[in-house]
Ligand binder design. Structure first.
Ligand SMILES: [Zn+2]
Length: 168
């Protein structure tokens, strides 16, 4: 029997790296985190990317300047993305954030029904998608998001470390 003629997978041209969209998104989130640091806020940045890869929103931490304990980067990014898409549900969207979301933000991401949460560095103090809790993958809840951790983790945590060092 003759085997079907299967084409070899296409490879990137030699000398060219295939860029990982997750890293590109994280770089945009990192730029947001830098804006937070510049205004004295804990440097966390977040973006929401739509189903076809378009950037729906970008935001950074603003609880101090907004006098709003809920003004975390993720909450602000989810709000903007929902407004922009005219839908309170962000089906097929991805939330990209520099630091592991806290319980509030992980809960908001589940409510928003994002498909995927991509984050940089773990947060041993409030991390709620992998470290302390696993809200986005808790089978008792009615929606789950796929979680990807460790994207540009070193850059993300270095920004935090630098921020807290400068405030001491
Ligand atoms: Zn949060």
């Amino acid at each position: 029997m003759q085997l079907p003629n299967v084409q070899a997978p296409r490879e990137a041209p030699p000398g060219r790296l295939v860029s990982d969209p997750r890293q590109e998104w994280m770089r945009i989130a990192l730029r947001e985190a830098e804006k937070a640091a510049a205004s004295g806020e804990v440097p966390v940045g977040a973006i929401v990317v739509g189903p076809s890869g378009e950037i729906l929103s970008r935001a950074h931490n603003r609880p101090i300047s907004e006098c709003d304990p809920t003004a975390h980067a993720e909450i602000l990014a989810l709000r903007k993305a929902a407004k922009k898409s005219g839908n309170y549900r962000l089906d097929g969207c991805r939330l990209i954030v520099t630091i592991e979301p806290c319980p509030m933000c992980a809960g908001a991401a589940v409510h928003a029904r994002v498909a995927e949460i991509i984050y940089g560095a773990d947060d041993p103090k409030t991390g709620a998608v992998r470290t302390l809790y696993r809200i986005a993958s808790d089978q008792r809840l009615n929606h789950h998001a796929y979680v990807i951790s460790g994207v540009l983790a070193e850059e993300c945590s270095a920004l935090m470390a630098e921020f807290f060092r400068s405030r001491r």
